[in-house]
Design a protein around this ligand. Structure first.
Ligand code: PLP
Length: 409
């Protein structure tokens, strides 16, 4: 695949942080799975809202409040269109993917589960898709069944089906592993789950910025992601839920905005999506996220996917030439923008620290996936993760950096 349509040098100019030097070396930012950098238009959008229309939304009759409300609700529509949801009211703004999963786990288990019921997760989940379910398990006496992964870092549909029983109430699975880069066959998982009438949540924290997603075609019941991993601002996330499910689930938090009428005897709740948005929402963040989405769409997510695939394959090929490298997970069915590895006996932390001195930002450790580390029998990995603003020359710098560190050891 030869991508000629992306003008990366010009694209990089949109990201002020990328021109920085770290320890006198050009910054090479390969920690995009943790968070992505922000284009100038997103940063400017936040400044614009604060300097022109800042006012609390929904509750005001005055002009600024109306404009601010319009901006927030337009942002909801932008998100809706980005993931092809049927209605804007199926988009709930949260603080992040983590809060979105907590919301579903809490509201779903509280209203739909009883002791002995079962939830299915996979061994490659981020803590954000494990711990919220464990909290509910401990309240309601639910059981968690874990789908194992193969040596290449993949799950097998057969292993999911084997774990489904009459007690299975929910399946929650990541689309892309933040450690292995595995792209899970979510369409097939959803079809399988629905054939047993089991709802599915897709954790799209690591795919929303790389792979076009169509909630209508996928027919997923819930889908979650964070704004900061898709070039948008921090502290904002999205929960997509099918209207039929969101209608059924009780509110997650109480407060202003999510109510229809409050008295000390009884409170009735607002309609969707407000039922799940207690308190003042991040209307500055939502406008900036919409800007990030417009930015992604201007480049084209398909173009991004193609370019990142070329970059990923290049990185994999170059890295594989390093002596004593061991890739952690080598999925055959599909990988996405994340490569985890170890080099000889060098501790990932030491490698990460020395690469940092060369201006190269990679991540080291368990990547919030300790059960996965346990399953793999390792403590942690080095992880390089890519965005469309990365280049082959940055990957070359990573390779020479690793070779330099290896020589020191
Ligand atoms: N799920 C996956 C797969 C992730 O990689 C992450 C973050 O790294 C999360 C969930 C949680 O995202 P956040 O911390 O933005 O809520």
């Amino acid at each position: 695949m030869n991508n000629i349509s992306l003008d990366i040098e010009n694209i990089r100019k949109d990201f002020p942080i990328l021109t920085q030097e770290v320890y006198g070396k050009p910054l090479i930012y390969l920690d995009n799975a943790a968070t992505t950098q922000k284009p100038r238009c997103v940063i400017q959008k936040m400044e614009e809202i604060y300097s022109t229309i800042n006012a609390n939304i929904h509750r005001g009759v005055h002009r600024l409040s109306q404009l601010s409300t319009e901006s927030h609700e337009e942002a909801r529509k932008t998100v809706q269109n980005y993931i092809h949801a049927a209605k804007p009211s199926e988009i709930i703004f949260t603080r992040g993917a983590t809060e979105s999963i907590n919301l579903v786990a809490s509201s779903f288990c509280r209203s739909q589960c009883k002791a002995g019921d079962e939830i299915i997760l996979t061994a490659m989940e981020h803590h954000a898709n494990i711990v919220p379910w464990q909290i509910q398990r401990d309240i309601y006496g639910i059981e968690i069944k874990v789908v194992p992964i193969s040596e290449s870092g993949e799950i097998d549909l057969k292993d999911i089906e084997e774990r489904i029983s009459s007690k299975t109430k929910f399946i929650s699975v990541t689309h892309v592993s933040n450690v292995l880069g595995t792209v899970n066959p979510i369409g097939e998982i959803i079809r399988l789950a629905h054939s047993y009438n089991i709802p599915v949540l897709i954790d799209a924290a690591q795919s929303i910025q790389h792979i076009p997603l169509n909630t209508k075609e996928l027919d997923c019941d819930f889908l979650v992601f964070s704004s900061h991993k898709m070039y948008g601002p921090n502290g904002l996330g999205v929960l997509y839920g099918k209207e039929s499910w969101l209608d059924k689930l009780p509110p997650y938090q109480g407060g202003g905005e999510m109510i229809a009428r409050v008295s000390f005897d009884k409170t009735t709740f607002n309609e969707l999506p407000f039922k799940f948005e207690a308190g003042t929402p991040d209307y500055v963040g939502s406008a900036a996220l919409a800007e990030a989405i417009r930015y992604i769409e201007k480049i084209g997510l398909e173009n991004i996917r193609q370019y990142e695939t070329v970059l990923f394959n290049y990185a994999k090929e170059k890295l594989s030439q390093i002596e004593n490298i061991r890739f952690i997970g080598s999925p055959t069915l599909g990988s996405c923008s994340v490569i985890s590895f170890l080099v000889g006996n060098i501790h990932p932390y030491d490698m990460g620290m020395l690469l940092d001195k060369l201006g190269i930002a990679v991540r080291t450790g368990h990547h919030c996936a300790q059960p996965l580390m346990d399953a793999l029998g390792i403590e942690g990995t080095l992880r390089a993760s890519f965005a469309f603003y990365n280049t082959k020359s940055e990957i070359n710098a990573l390779i020479s950096g690793i070779e330099r560190v290896t020589r020191i050891f």
